[in-house]
Design a protein around this ligand. Structure first.
Ligand code: PMP
Length: 281
């Protein structure tokens, strides 16, 4: 069963109604998180909630629930749904108030959905995906997980319409991230990913994989690179809470490495799975 939460009330997801003056609706004035639940246990929940607080702080928004309170709410919602494999979508906005730009003097608005996880098929992961490089038209605060996703939505739609799985943003000759994921490449045995600066979202999956790589003794570099290095990579892959590790085998029609999902990507994904499988037991 899927469930919704609106400012203190749990409601079946198809019956949730938001006031028309919700600032998330009017201005996209809010922040969000997506947390994957494996075997009944939310994975990296604390990290996601800390990032939510950081995003809120970055837009000068005071949240109306603390991290422990949100953890308790997520646990309560999961119990209500009985779901073992779920996706928690959590959103905090600047509240419900007449539509004027200035910040209203009202509490934040917190909403959530908990639904069955929509897993990506192993077949897609085994084949790897094709992506396209696109100009990054987003603002300069991409480290904030803000509700304003218009450039991401448009980039994803155009990429999909052109037959690609994902669009990868490039800003001033620097490769950054996908419309809803981070990006890694492997060159000569070194795992390389763009640095966690203001131009990318500091992905929780990204951080987890960097930890795993270090545990496995895979050399890691967080550094800027351009399309040339990406196209010359031995491997490339995307990461996110919902994609986990998704190998990229072609970029704008050019084959990456052998044209098959790479060994390091596979190994990192096996170890990522092992991490979340352990937490449920
Ligand atoms: N970058 C962007 C732009 C994203 O939207 C996401 C996923 N929401 C990510 C990276 C990956 O973040 P995470 O690993 O925390 O899901």
């Amino acid at each position: 069963m899927a469930i919704g939460f609106i400012n203190g009330e749990w409601i079946p997801v198809d019956q949730t109604v938001l006031p028309i003056d919700e600032r998330g609706h009017n201005f996209g004035d809010g922040v969000y998180e997506v947390i994957r639940v494996y075997q009944g246990v939310p994975f990296k929940m604390r990290e996601h909630l800390v990032r939510l607080e950081q995003s809120a702080e970055a837009i000068l928004l005071t949240m109306n629930y603390s991290i422990p309170e949100l953890e308790a709410l997520i646990a309560e919602g999961l119990e209500k749904t009985g779901l073992q494999e779920a996706a928690v979508y959590l959103q905090v906005t600047r509240g419900i108030a007449k539509r004027v730009h200035l910040f209203p003097d009202v509490p934040a608005s917190t909403t959530m959905t908990i639904r069955p996880a929509a897993d990506i098929s192993d077949k897609i992961r085994e084949q790897g995906v094709h992506v396209t490089l696109v100009d990054d038209e987003r603002w300069k605060n991409c480290f904030i997980k803000s509700l304003n996703l218009l450039p991401n939505v448009i980039a994803k739609q155009k990429a999909t319409d052109a037959g690609f799985y994902e669009a990868v943003f490039v800003r001033d000759g620097v490769v950054l991230e996908g419309s809803s994921c981070n990006l890694f490449l492997v060159k000569d045995g070194v795992l390389i990913t763009p640095p966690a600066n203001r131009f990318i979202l500091h992905g929780i999956t990204r951080a987890t994989l960097l930890d795993i790589a270090k545990e496995l003794g895979v050399p890691v570099e967080e550094k800027e690179f351009g399309p040339d290095l990406l196209l010359a990579a031995d491997e490339a892959f995307l990461t996110s809470t919902s994609m986990e590790v998704m190998p990229v085998v072609k970029i704008d029609g050019r084959q990456i490495g052998s044209g098959q999902p790479g060994e390091i990507a596979r190994k990192l994904h096996r170890n990522y799975r092992a991490k979340y499988q352990q937490i449920g037991v």
